[in-house]
Design a protein around this ligand. Structure first.
Ligand SMILES: Nc1nc2c(ncn2[C@@H]2O[C@H](COP(=O)(O)OP(=O)(O)OP(=O)(O)O)[C@@H](O)[C@H]2O)c(=O)[nH]1
Ligand SMILES: Nc1ncnc2c1ncn2[C@@H]1O[C@H](COP(=O)(O)OP(=O)(O)OP(=O)(O)O)[C@@H](O)[C@H]1O
Ligand SMILES: [Ca+2]
Ligand SMILES: [Ca+2]
Length: 574
């Protein structure tokens, strides 16, 4: 077998955006700060005892550090294919416009929100125009920039996307009652009359809003959750943004049905880390066993395995659908094997044969639950869906566990299950007409292709992405002479609303050989410093979450209550 793809990690959700709020513009002047040695980037291996780096630059320098940090993170998330130099330039301009406009809005939270939305969009592999619109929408909402600024400084097509997303924002107000029928009509309307990329932008904004719903009054929490459950989560399914739709559903489920949510959440949470670890383990074990099989080696050229732990809302739906018991839900843990048959054309049934051989290997490896197997390969569903489903009992003596579903299919069958007549958008997104799903897909592809065309690099451009080892450096080195001059640094500072003095200070701090400009290496050590700072902030966040959970456990274990009760008894007695 030539290749064997690696198994996807669990959970499948996106990385959290690691942007932190800017510090206030104060503190000692930049020149008085210590220079950070490049070696400090290789921080101490003990997370609680990091080496003591120099404090980050303040004022305009801090803004440049934030600009470069955010830019690097977003282009990294976008991946090489999307981060062309035209895309980089667009994103850099959007960040330059948004950063100073947003850093003081809503106590710095507006900027954090804008960057989190941009990160979700980059994870969804949206192009730079959509990501830039995501950053700027927050600035527009805050009144910190105008549509005219966007048109002039960023471009007409980003302005168009923003205009569409603002129209969409108000779409639910067209309905008097949010019943199933009108919600379905509105979803259809959104998909037919709005730019599909604006729909995705709106979905990312909704996800961010839902993640911060605690900040809103209770009645608004419910209204927003209902809108999301009825309109936006199915819309996300319909446009194929699977992870986004699952998170949207789970959060709205929590606010709409808090008691039911608690039950499901407690049950899933109590075994979540163990099950996720098992999923990862089984994925690896199965992949190795399949790769070692002689028959599969002969007929299959690639194998990949995906894994997932079921979401709260999807579990609840299964439980209430036909009153089944939790132990009868067969896909709490789930694997999906995707096989690519060799294409030397000798046999047309290598695909089905490979799936059935995989089934035999699984039967030898684990305990299949009798009577729960569905062979949609031998007998495809009416909509054409093909896949072989098995339920596996992963319990051990004295240790009951939920069932694990394994779906086995070829790459072609998978493509059909994701995008064809049996597509997930039909299966989950509430679209009932296969033609409609196809049209939607065509619109999405056309929009993406058009954007890709606009953002492509010109072939004669010597600053194309292939020639740019470091996109952030290339954005700052405007004349492309391989150095960032004081004029170039001043220009970006001025765009960010800081003065030339700050540029001189930053240059002094970073210009290690004092030749008055920043070389590639000098800039890279600045970037390492930024990375180090961001990773420390990440760790702080991580520890804060662990501590919050630990301290909460103490509370729910009753210690605090016992103490209070004792105190209460004492007070009663005295
Ligand atoms: N894309 C797509 N996926 C499907 C379709 N039908 C089934 N699936 C997938 O296969 C899984 C299991 O489907 P079945 O084996 O038919 O099971 P079921 O009858 O729905 O039974 P339960 O999962 O126990 O409710 C579903 O949860 C989906 O992940 C389809 O038409 N399209
Ligand atoms: N066996 C599986 N292995 C890996 N991923 C799966 C598996 N089954 C479903 N998924 C994926 O997990 C996500 C959510 O699945 P979920 O269980 O909520 O829905 P579903 O399986 O599509 O439908 P149903 O509600 O009928 O179970 C979807 O992206 C789906 O493609
Ligand atoms: Ca230069
Ligand atoms: Ca220098």
């Amino acid at each position: 077998m030539a290749t064997a793809a690696t198994a996807a990690a669990v959970p499948a959700g996106g990385r959290p955006y690691r942007y932190r709020r800017a510090r206030p513009r104060c503190g000692p002047p930049l020149l008085h700060r210590l220079r950070l040695p490049a070696a400090a980037a290789a921080a101490s291996s003990s997370p609680l005892a990091p080496s003591t780096p120099a404090p980050p630059p303040e004022g305009g320098g801090r803004l440049v550090a934030e600009l470069v940090g955010a830019f690097n993170e977003l282009t990294e998330r976008m991946g090489e294919e999307l981060a062309t130099s035209s895309s980089s330039s667009l994103l850099f301009r959007a960040l330059k416009l948004a950063l100073p406009a947003l850093r003081d809005a809503d106590g710095g939270r507006a900027l954090a929100r804008a960057l989190a939305v941009a990160a979700s969009l980059a994870d969804l592999q949206m192009d730079a125009e959509v990501i830039s619109a995501g950053i700027l929408r927050e600035a527009l909402d805050a009144g910190a920039v105008s549509m005219r600024d966007v048109k002039a400084q960023i471009g007409i097509s980003t302005a168009h996307l923003l205009h569409e997303s603002l129209r969409l924002k108000h779409a639910p107000s067209k309905l008097d009652v949010l019943d199933d029928e009108s919600a379905s009509a509105l979803r259809k309307f959104c998909l037919t009359y709005y730019d599909i990329r604006a729909v995705i932008l709106e979905l990312a904004l909704k996800l961010d809003m839902m993640r911060h719903l605690d900040d809103l009054p209770k009645y608004l929490q419910r209204i927003k959750s209902l809108e999301v459950m009825k309109i936006y989560a199915p819309l996300a399914h319909a446009v194929g943004a699977g992870n986004l739709s699952l998170e949207l559903e789970d959060i709205s489920f929590r606010y709409l049905f808090p008691h039911s949510y608690d039950h499901v959440d407690q049950w899933l949470r109590s075994q979540e880390s163990e099950c996720k670890a098992l999923i990862n383990l089984y994925m690896e074990q199965l992949l190795q066993t399949l790769k070692a099989d002689e028959e599969l080696k002969r007929i299959v050229q690639d194998i990949s395995i995906q894994g997932r732990y079921k979401s709260r809302f999807s579990t609840m739906k299964k439980l209430v659908k036909d009153g089944r018991k939790p132990e009868d839900v067969k896909d709490i843990l789930a694997l999906r094997v995707i096989l690519e048959p060799r294409c030397d054309g000798t046999s047309s049934d290598w695909g089905p044969r490979a799936c059935h051989r995989t089934h035999e290997i699984i039967q030898a490896l684990w305990k299949e639950v009798p009577g729960r197997t569905k062979d949609y390969i031998s007998r495809p569903k009416e909509n054409g869906y093909q896949s072989l489903h098995v339920a596996i009992d992963v319990s051990e003596p004295g240790k009951m566990r939920p069932l694990m579903e394994i779906q086995i299919r070829t790459k072609e069958m998978h493509r059909f299950a994701v995008g064809g007549d049996a597509s997930h958008s039909l299966y989950k997104g509430g679209l009932t007409d296969p033609g409609e799903a196809k049209r939607l897909k065509a619109i999405m592809l056309a929009a993406a292709e058009l954007a890709a065309l606009c953002l492509r690099d010109l072939p004669d451009s010597d600053r194309g992405v292939g020639n740019c080892k470091n996109p952030a450096f290339c954005q700052l080195d405007k004349n492309g002479d391989g150095r960032i001059s004081i004029e170039e640094l001043t220009e970006v500072m001025e765009d960010l609303g800081a003065g030339g003095e700050d540029a001189t200070e930053l240059m002094h701090l970073l210009d290690a050989n004092s030749d008055g400009s920043l070389s590639f290496d000098e800039f890279e050590s600045f970037q390492r410093q930024i990375e180090l700072m961001r990773s420390l902030e990440d760790e702080d966040d991580h520890y804060r979450k662990i501590l919050k959970e630990k301290l909460h456990t103490v509370d729910s274990a009753g210690l605090i209550h016992v103490y209070r009760k004792k105190l209460g008894d004492k007070l009663l007695v005295s």
